[in-house]
Design a protein around this ligand. Structure first.
Ligand SMILES: Nc1nc2c(ncn2[C@@H]2O[C@H](COP(=O)(O)OP(=O)(O)OP(=O)(O)O)[C@@H](O)[C@H]2O)c(=O)[nH]1
Ligand SMILES: [Mg+2]
Length: 350
């Protein structure tokens, strides 16, 4: 027999316990008259026959949410605990929340909206928004507000118990059987809706993070370019004996490049500390300076040009490493060393 677990939550006085009694077919739950009624989670169960099938129905009647009181926080915690303990991956179990709201309430509180979104998405639990005490036909602003703000959830109207107006006119109860049927029959599509909205939230989160990191990278690039300009400008090559590179100046130019690379690492926030030897090898083998190759071969090339171009190439390597790495990974020296080396080698191979 398939189990259907229904957790009934919502503000005090919404009519949760009245709904429990209507589902159970007898007055098992305490219904309050104005004052707070249910004070802790109460459990009820029965066998339900529906569409030639039997279900084991388990109801949890929870204490009412009150507006921004300490009590509400502890109530919410106990409801979350309930949901966690009742959630199950079993195929033969359906867990659903009925969130009750009195049609005649003045407003749907922000904390109610946040609570519904948070619990539904976090625990991947379908919610049905249940408008209670619907003895009038009017579509309230409240109902429209809920539809607008929680479009992924189903909303149903009920009157769990007959309502008698002062003049003796009675409105008959309605909607409870439909609510039960719909919760069971449409459970899978409710679940899909929740999962889809969870995916939307997750992917927009990833998108947001990607935008932030692109923004950071573009700022790093700007600062790094300034640094490269400083190094490759005349200031950086003073003392090298002229604008053109004599053989003797090569080690000095390498030294400047290495210093520049270290500075670029630190601008990028990367703790690479590649061994100097590695960098010299990369410089000499043209891994960084692939276009112009080795210094001795390119007589006539200016030191400034060489430093600038090497810096640009190394910056490309760093940016590509930044894009591959998370914030945490950036402070992992070994990993960064490995990624920079790999990237240099990859470029050399091109
Ligand atoms: N006639 C009628 N009265 C209702 C209906 N739903 C709720 N009420 C009345 O509203 C009041 C509160 O109902 P409860 O079912 O105790 O509300 P609750 O949500 O369980 O409240 P807490 O346990 O305090 O959270 C009672 O006086 C109920 O008789 C309904 O469908 N019809
Ligand atoms: Mg109650």
């Amino acid at each position: 027999m398939e189990t259907v677990k229904i957790i009934i939550m919502g503000e005090t006085g919404a009519g949760k316990s009245t709904l429990v009694n209507a589902v159970m077919g007898e007055d098992v739950a305490y219904v309050s008259n104005g004052l707070r009624g249910t004070r802790k989670n109460d459990y009820y169960s029965r066998v339900l026959a529906m569409n030639n099938k039997f279900y084991s129905l388990e109801l949890t009647d929870t204490a009412g949410l009150e507006i921004s009181q300490e009590f509400t926080r502890s109530t919410l915690n106990s409801i979350k605990q309930e949901i966690i303990s009742q959630s199950s991956s079993s195929e033969r179990e359906k867990v659903i929340v009925w969130f009750c709201k009195n049609l005649h309430s003045h407003r749907f509180q922000d904390f109610e909206l946040e609570t519904v979104k948070d619990i539904a998405v976090r625990y991947e639990i379908p919610f049905v928004m249940v408008m209670t005490q619907c003895w009038s036909n009017k579509i309230s602003e409240l109902e429209e507000y809920i539809r607008r703000n929680l479009p992924e959830l189903s909303l149903m109207r009920i009157l769990a118990q007959d309502y008698e107006f002062a003049g003796g006119v009675t409105i008959s109860a309605f909607g409870v059987q439909e609510l039960l049927k719909s919760s069971i029959k449409n459970y899978d599509s409710f679940k899909v809706n929740i999962l889809e909205s969870k995916l939307d939230i997750l992917s927009s989160d990833i998108e947001r993070r990607r935008m932030i990191s692109e923004y950071k990278i573009s700022r790093i690039e700007k600062e790094a370019k300034k640094c490269i300009d400083t190094y490759s400008g005349t200031g950086g090559v003073v003392g090298l004996g002229g604008a053109f590179l004599p053989m003797l100046a090569i080690p000095a130019v390498h030294g400047i490049c290495i210093k520049l690379f270290y500075e670029l690492d630190s601008i990028a926030g990367i703790e690479s500390h590649l061994p100097k030897d590695d960098l010299i090898t990369f410089l000499l083998t043209g891994a960084i300076f692939s276009g112009l190759m080795l210094i001795p071969v390119v007589g006539g090339l200016s030191a400034a040009g060489f430093i600038g171009a090497s810096g640009e190439k190394y910056l490309e390597v760093l940016v590509s490493v930044l894009r591959q790495s998370t914030e945490d990974e950036l402070s992992d020296k070994e990993l960064m060393k490995q990624r920079i080396s790999q990237e240099l080698k990859r470029r050399k191979g091109k």
